[in-house]
Design a protein around this ligand. Structure first.
Ligand code: 2PG
Ligand code: MG
Length: 426
């Protein structure tokens, strides 16, 4: 018997930040190391994501239960993994994929497989007595652990705020910050300033799903104006200290005819018009990053978007869905210049690390990202540092499921790691 051999794996149903069930896995190694980990869940989802297995029983959590997925963890997955070396991450992940037997992990559930995958990584790190980010750095091929630049949600619309605004996320990137802790300080100042400005004009300051505000503007330009005013109110220079990132989440705008529908503003744009709109905003506002500016299957127009706006960061989220093959296609045709990395879009840690290295090899930037449905699990903080992704997107600086990750980064920062800073599109 070796101490890092998997002794047992258990699954259970817990709740996420929207009060919806999700899978937690608990892994015990033979030497006594023990770890739990849980799967996040998205609201705006790409078609190429790993499958989220839900029970569909209307009498139990409105059909959203994950009892079946949790049972797969305690049953089939546990039976296959017991006795395997917990330090053989690629072997463990490969075995689960094989056991599942489907391209999108739809039989056992991507939520079941992912929870086990990251619990194994955490248990392995505990067994050998190293911080998780160090273990992840090793698994990522020895990248130098680096503190990521955070992009922090300030205003929400789309599926994260009952479609109160057309654009899903307005975020701040503290581009001029010299350290992670300074970036966090500035982001908190901007978040407070935005709330104060909303409050003064009688706009509700209740929280959207990721802890952002949702002022419910009809025009996206009003939200962009508010961002700039919040920067100034916080005493920070727009475009120098702090800049704007957008997540358009264009998938959720497309109507049956393939047009981009800005429902609140009463507009329907073609792909060309959408590109022009993004270009106009970028000319008028200090925008340095735009995510999912076009639909996930609008491959025909992504290269045009990239030619026109490639001086800033253009992120593919639903477009790539953390699938190495889709990222490789994006690199090949010039669709965007950055890949969003979400562990549950891929389904395993090994697959996620492969997505990261595919992006990096193609010269793309990377952002490790949380989902709108999260738990107190802080895995992605260690992943962003260990893989040297250079950027992280967690949501707003509100709500414990978000703060747990920011706080984990603050703990890691004590180890004196270098800060990625901001290099693109200022
Ligand atoms: C996104 C994410 C996180 P969701 O679109 O980038 O903000 O949202 O988890 O709902 O897909
Ligand atoms: Mg997105």
């Amino acid at each position: 018997m070796i101490a890092t051999q998997i002794h047992g794996v258990r699954g259970r149903q817990i709740l996420d930040s929207r009060g919806r069930p999700t899978v937690e896995a608990e892994v015990v190694l033979a030497g006594g190391a023990r770890a739990t980990a849980s799967a996040p869940a998205g609201a705006s989802r790409g078609a190429a994501e790993a499958f989220e297995l839900r029970d569909g029983d209307p009498a139990h959590f409105e059909g959203r239960g994950v009892i079946t997925a949790a049972a797969h963890v305690s049953g089939e997955i546990s039976a296959a993994l017991v006795g395997r070396d917990g330090l053989d991450q690629a072997g463990v992940d490969g075995l689960m994929r094989k056991l599942d037997g489907t391209p999108q992990l739809s039989r056992l559930g991507g939520n079941a497989v992912l929870a086990v995958s990251i619990a194994v990584a955490r248990a392995g790190a505990a067994a050998i007595g190293v911080p998780l980010y160090r273990r992840l750095s090793e698994l990522a091929g020895g990248s130098e652990p680096t503190m990521p630049m955070p992009m922090v949600n300030i205003l929400s619309g789309g599926l994260h705020a009952a479609r109160g605004m057309d654009v899903q996320d307005f975020l701040v990137i503290p581009v001029g910050a010299a350290s992670y802790s300074q970036a966090l300080d500035w982001a908190c100042r901007v978040r407070s300033a935005a709330a104060l400005l909303c409050d003064r004009t009688g706009i509700s300051t209740l929280l959207a799903d990721e802890g952002g505000l949702s002022p419910g503007f009809t025009q996206s330009s009003d939200a962009l104006d508010l961002m700039v005013r919040a920067f100034e109110h916080a005493g920070l220079k727009p475009g120098v200290d702090v800049a704007i990132a957008l997540d358009i989440a264009a998938n959720s705008l497309v109507d049956a005819s393939g047009r981009y529908r800005f429902q609140r503003a009463g507009e329907r744009l073609t792909s060309e018009e959408m590109i022009e709109r993004l270009e106009a905003w970028t000319g008028r506002y200090p925008i340095v990053s735009i995510e999912d500016g076009l639909h996930e299957e609008d491959w025909a127009h992504w290269p045009t978007l990239t030619r026109r706006l490639g001086h800033i960061q253009l992120i593919g989220d639903d477009l790539f869905a953390t699938q190495p093959a889709r990222i490789a296609r994006g690199v090949e045709i010039g669709a965007g210049n950055c890949a969003l990395i979400k562990i549950n879009q891929n389904g395993t840690l090994t697959g996620t690390l492969e997505a990261l290295s595919t992006a990096r090899a193609g010269g793309f930037a990377t952002v490790v990202s949380a989902r709108s449905g999260e738990t107190e699990d802080t895995f992605i903080a260690d992943l962003a540092v260990g893989s040297a992704a250079a950027q992280i997107k967690i949501g707003s600086v509100r709500n414990t499921e978000r703060l747990a990750k920011y706080n984990q980064l603050s703990r890691i920062e004590e180890d004196g790691l270098p800060f990625a800073g901001w290099t693109r599109g200022r």
